[in-house]
Write a new protein. Structure first.
Length: 243
């Protein structure tokens, strides 16, 4: 595995305090000026340095993708990765890096940013085994065919897109993981829970209940709140609820 420019110990030593106080929710783009903040020898640091070289990704997206991906891979292995509402497609790339038994990944969005190609090129240079394994498709999510062996993921599919993704995954009998955001409560299914909890939480709880009624085993987790307040991660796999 190749890696980017090595950082001197002196430079790393100068930045310990800045790394510990790093604002992970920042929408500022990571650039080569930020390389010194990621001088460790972990996979995350290597990915972060690659993102810095690409110079096109907001810091928040790096941390979100990493935290979602590693929780997904603790639970689910193999399968074709299908990253819906993918943005730059970093989540799909990280999922392949964490588990090489997934042969390919599909990254889908209605509008894929031009800089996604820049990021993909940087990642392919750093990890040549990713080359030609991730396919970007610019289309509506409704047009994507899913299969039972897929692992369907989405980090911050806005509003009703989360429900569309869950419905399509259930229809295919696929594993699914979503990090919902932008909860639109108008005409939403809150499961009658809005008297006990705030609307967005009630909506997500109703999603859990609906998946369980469809025969899915559901696992609920949180990613760190300092990255995003919309931090509820819903993971689900087909199978009898009682198992």
């Amino acid at each position: 595995m190749s890696d980017q420019k090595q950082l001197t110990p002196a430079l790393c030593g100068q930045t310990i305090s800045s790394v510990s106080s790093l604002e992970r929710s920042s929408h500022n783009r990571l650039t080569e000026k930020d390389l010194h903040k990621f001088c460790g020898d972990t996979l995350f640091d290597a990915i972060a340095r690659t993102v810095c070289h690409a110079g096109c990704l907001p810091r928040k997206e790096l941390y979100e993708a990493w935290e979602v991906a590693r929780r997904v891979r603790r639970r689910f292995r193999g399968g074709r990765i299908v990253d819906l509402a993918c943005g730059h497609g970093l989540l799909a790339h990280i999922l392949l890096l964490l588990d090489d038994s997934s042969p390919v990944a599909l990254a889908v969005d209605r509008r894929i940013p031009k800089s996604a190609a820049t990021l993909a090129t940087s990642l392919n240079i750093a990890w040549p085994r990713l080359t030609d394994r991730i396919r970007f498709i610019e289309t509506d999510i409704c047009n994507v065919a899913l299969y039972h062996h897929d692992i369907v993921v989405s980090a911050h599919a806005c509003g009703a897109l989360t429900d569309l993704i869950l419905d399509k995954a259930v229809e295919a009998g696929a594993v699914v993981a979503v990090l919902p955001c932008c909860h639109n409560l108008k005409n939403a299914d809150l499961g009658g829970l809005e008297g006990w909890m705030d609307g967005p939480l009630a909506m997500d709880a109703a999603r859990v209940s609906r998946l369980r009624s469809q025969g899915y085993r559901v696992f609920t987790q949180l990613i760190p709140e300092d990255i995003t307040p919309k931090n509820r991660l819903l993971l689900a796999e087909p199978g009898l609820v009682g198992k």
